[in-house]
Structures are given as structure tokens and as C-alpha cells.
Ligand binder design. Sequence first.
Ligand code: SF4
Length: 293
Amino acid sequence: MGDVAWDTAQVFTSETPVPLRVTDGKPRSPSASSPAESSASSCKSAESTDPHGSRTVAAGPSLVARIIRRLEGAFGRQVWRRWGDGLEELVGTILSQNTSNINSGRAYECLERMFARDSKQIDWNAVADAPVARLEKAIRCAGLSRMKSRRIRNILRAIRAERGELSLEFLADWPVDKARNYLTRFEGVGPKTAACILLFSFRQPILPVDTHIHRIAIRLALIGPKVSAEASHAALEAIVPRREFYNFHILLIKHGRQICKAHRPRCHDCPLLSLCPTGPTLIRQGRAAASVK
Ligand code: SF4
């Protein structure tokens, strides 16, 4: 279950849900819907100020609605469905930090092979009780395995000690801010990881911002150029309609992987070019990739 592979370029058809993490060969991701235009128009207009003081950005629902509409034209509407429970998403997201989708997926598969019960579900108690060296060995291909294995084990033990069982399902009934605060207390769980867990597992109204979304939001001037990834969560949540959080998140990740790449973005082929203040500059400077159409 799980998490988005932030740095793996993959080609998806417009009808294919983006894999949030690949384990045992199955793509996993979360479903909800409504026309982007109508829902976006209900969002109040927002003017966000760069908290680092460089500039003020005005971005409103009409721009967000147009971005969503055009990306839906390219990739299809993204409909939420649950791909994993909270613990699965938590561990998967930690494994995905600073590595590729492929590597974190392999690490999760190793965990399944080593700790799965007959039902093929991972026995999280066994993971929590395992020597950290065994856990580290299981997730080695995800990188930073020493740090990640300790964090995963510590978080599992803390949840069990507090709740009396290893489950995060209680978060489904918590207000989003309370749930976010609970998760971000754990070492290794930052705003993005907490948002992924709450959106993908519990359909909570929260917008994860990964490296793709952060980069694209700056290029489209939805946020100021110096707004950090962490600060951009709140800035984007203020201008994207809540009911669009999942759709917007997945659309921008697809766009970031396939079109608006970090290096040599495909501005010539981009459906957002006429909305984007950065694309014409990149084209003029020869920093955009040549058209493949
Ligand atoms: S025009 Fe270029 S920079 Fe702008 S969103 Fe498209 S690919 Fe990204």
C-alpha cells in the first residue's frame, strides 16, 4: 500500500490510477469525485504571502480550476480509493523517503516476505519486536536502512504502548489537525508523511506536498519562489478546494513525472503553458526539452 514514488518517471494512461507504491507487483493508491470547475468555484479566493518575505502571490480558485481541468484532460480525473491501512501507509511512506518508488517497493516486499503471516498481512507486532539488525537487513534496498529501521520500530512500539494495539485506525475518527499533530510527534514523520497517511488511508481533507508539487506550484506561481515545501502545505490548502485535494495531488504528481520535470521540462508539450509564467522563459532560454509531438 501506499505511497507515491516521488522520483520515478512512469507513463500512465489517463484511466490508470497512479501507483502510490508498488508492492508485490500491485499498484496501490486511494476515490472521490466531482467536476473540478464546480467545486473549485466554491473555494474562496486566497492571497498568500511568502512567509520568507520575498513576495506576495495572488492565486485564486479560477486558476486552480483551470489547472485541474487541463490536467484532467491529459490524465483523467483521479478518484480516491483506499490502498492500505494507516500502518501500511506509515511504513511505506517512511521507506519511500529519499529513495525511488522501485526501491521502497522492493523494501516493502522484503518486509512482507520476512514478516507476513499466513494472510500475507505483515505482522506488525513481529516487526516491532524484531532485532533492529533484522529489520535493517529487510529494508536495506530502500537506503538509509539503519535510520529507517530504528524509526519504524520505535514508532510501532510507541503506538502499541499508547494504544494497546498496533493500529492507526482510530485516526479515521479524529479531526485532521489532531491526527496530524499525533503523527508528526514521531521522529521520521513530517508534514508530508502525515498528510499522505491521512489522505490515502483515511480520506482526510489534507494536501500532501511532495517535491513535484512544490516545484510545479512555484513554476505556476501558485506559491512564491521561496516558500518552503513545508510551508506550501498550508498555502496550497488555502487555494485548492478540499474536495479536490486527492485529485489535485495525483494530477500534479503525474504532471511532474511526465511533463514538468525538474530538469528540462516539456514546456512545448505542456497543457498548462498558457497559464504558466515560467514556461515561456524556460523555452526562450533553451532550458525546456524539445517537443516530442
Ligand atoms: S509550461 Fe513548463 S514550467 Fe510551466 S507547468 Fe508546463 S512544463 Fe512546467
